[in-house]
Ligand binder design. Structure first.
Ligand code: FE2
Ligand code: FE2
Ligand code: FE2
Length: 163
């Protein structure tokens, strides 16, 4: 059936459009174009509605345990196979900025895998904690931001708290 493949493609496309529009909104804000920024954020929110609808049609009603297992498998795939290959390619092609971007993501996906594994182990015993994310590399940490990011070396002011 084509539809299953189409749902996957549409989910990927809508998800990308969402992140792209949010980045474009930030850029518009910097260019002092608040009306354009707001339009990008509105369209981004709508693309999220589309993406979530496609995903729920694809997956049906999955449980949180299944979702954690899926998330863990995705992170493991990224740091064990996807990013190592991309890092090797970027090195071979001396694509320095891409190399740095892949390396940061690669390290942080390992951290995400550990966090998801812990969540799977603890489930309802997982404490409700504050999480902090490094805006340079995405390093993700519970409780408190470190003085210095262990992945990219950025200082504490570069961490934002997740709502
Ligand atoms: Fe859309
Ligand atoms: Fe991740
Ligand atoms: Fe960082």
């Amino acid at each position: 059936m084509k539809t299953e493949d189409n749902l996957k493609k549409a989910f990927a496309g809508e998800s990308q459009a969402n992140r792209k529009y949010l980045a474009y909104a930030e850029r518009a804000e910097k260019e002092n174009l608040p009306g354009v920024a707001k339009l990008f954020r509105a369209a981004a929110a709508a693309e999220t509605v589309h993406a979530h609808k496609h995903l729920s049609v694809m997956q049906g009603a999955t449980t949180t345990r299944q979702n954690l297992e899926d998330a863990l498998a995705g992170e493991i795939h990224e740091f064990k196979s996807m990013y190592p290959q991309m890092i090797a390619d970027a090195e071979a092609e001396t694509a320095k900025q891409a190399l740095m971007s892949f390396k940061y993501a690669n390290e942080v996906e390992q951290v995400h895998a550990n966090l998801y594994q812990k969540a799977l182990d603890l489930m309802d015993k997982l404490p409700v904690e504050d999480y902090y994310v490094c805006k340079i590399c995405g390093y993700t940490v519970a409780q408190e931001a470190p003085d210095k990011c262990p992945v990219c070396g950025a200082n504490k002011q570069n961490f934002f708290k997740v709502d």
